[in-house]
Design a binder for this molecule. Structure first.
Ligand SMILES: [Zn+2]
Length: 387
């Protein structure tokens, strides 16, 4: 394998040192343009697709436009860090680890994706229809990029979500779904001593909602409810007119979201009876990443290839979300978090294990070759059906 580690590290340094928080369209745009050039050099058709002024462009690179996709790769160019982080804490190598904002989640992994394409044996690459998406807003729920991701996923046979692997090298097979809401309660203010009966307490209603919603919690079934922030009221002697909370509901089984949405409806009826106005804004929403048909066979390729390479492969379930939540929602067998090994993501001490760059490149190349050998990709009948 003609992998040039020094070149990889130089390029990683370049993109880690670009501030590219989700709300920095110019920054994510620069990272996307850098990666675009890498795909273009190897003959991929590329496009930077605008998804509005709020975030940067989505990079789409493919070696077979208009074809059904054998393998869809998904990564993101944004990080959770604010502007200035890259100059405060630039890319560094200390011993066997790499540091810098987004090095692990997931600039190292996005760059790895480009190298993976470059290192695929020419014959294999020719026989496969590959599409790669790098989206600019994964850390803010892929609000702008999700439609494009789902559209490509519908054409794909398999999806590899290139998020980083855990510190122990484990990958992810299932993820919870999420409903993240901001709920505003509007009551009626009144003197708490003089005319309490004329007031309508926004805080009382909020408290009622939290108690009711918490009855949905079922940790064994993977259902959690968290009122993560609350605000409300002004002073103790005024019945509070305003209150608001941010709520995080997570679930493993797609049907469980129905109970949550039903309860929200009931609670709005309760609020109306109490003369409290309600405004609900959805600030995050992803269906669960589920174990769709075909995913087990995909994971067994990883396990078998891992065995041959003396690499322990394990797949876990996660409470966190990723773009894999979207690909399985349209039935595409998906593996997630198969990228570089490291840890402490979303913190200022996130790191990548240096030796995982080559080992992951080697593993993923072998997995794709084995999938091809097992004839898992699109047949010519598949291609005719779609075109
Ligand atoms: Zn990520």
């Amino acid at each position: 394998m003609g992998f040039d580690r020094n070149q990889y590290l130089r390029e990683l340094e370049t993109i880690v040192n670009i501030d590219s928080g989700s709300r920095n369209p110019a920054g994510t745009g620069k990272v996307a343009a850098f990666l675009e050039e890498k795909y273009r050099q190897q003959g991929f058709q590329t496009e930077l697709v605008s998804v509005g002024p709020e975030v940067g462009p989505v990079l789409v690179a493919t070696n077979a436009p208009d074809e059904p996709i054998d393998l869809l790769f998904i990564g993101h160019t944004d990080t959770v860090f604010l502007d200035g982080e890259a100059s405060r804490r630039p890319f560094t190598i200390k011993g066997e680890r790499l540091y810098g904002p987004g090095v692990y989640d997931m600039k190292g992994c996005s760059l790895l994706t480009a190298y993976l394409m470059e290192n695929l044996p020419a014959e294999l690459k020719r026989s496969l229809n590959i599409c790669v998406i790098h989206n600019p807003d994964e850390e803010i729920s892929s609000f702008y990029a999700r439609e494009g991701i789902i559209e490509k996923a519908k054409m794909a046979k398999f999806a590899f979500v290139m998020e980083p692997s855990a510190a122990d090298g484990s990958m992810i097979k299932e993820r919870k779904g999420i409903e993240k809401l901001k709920i505003h309660f509007k009551g009626r203010p009144s003197h708490a001593g003089d005319a309490p009966e004329e007031g309508r307490s926004a805080i009382n209603e909020l408290a009622y909602w939290i108690v009711q919603l918490n009855t949905l919690i079922d940790h064994d079934a993977g259902v959690s409810v968290n009122a993560g922030t609350i605000q409300g009221g002004t002073v103790p002697n005024v019945v509070p007119e305003h209150a608001q909370m941010e709520l995080d509901y997570r679930y493993s089984n797609p049907i469980d979201v129905t109970a949550f949405l039903d309860m929200l409806e009931d609670l709005q009826i309760h609020a109306a009876e109490k003369e409290i106005g309600i405004d609900i804004a959805v600030i995050g929403r992803r269906p669960p990443m589920v174990d769709v048909p075909g995913a087990k066979a995909l994971r067994s390729v990883f396990e078998d290839v891992g065995k041959q390479m003396d690499t322990v492969i394990s797949f876990k379930k996660s409470g966190g979300v990723s773009d894999a939540n979207f690909t399985t929602s349209v039935g595409v067998p998906t593996v997630c978090s198969i990228g570089l090994i490291g840890g402490a993501f979303h913190t200022d001490h996130e790191y990548v294990e240096l030796d995982s760059i080559f080992s992951r490149l080697e593993l993923l190349t072998a997995v794709i070759a084995e999938m091809s050998r097992r004839k898992m990709f699109c047949t010519s009948a598949d291609r005719l059906r779609v075109t």
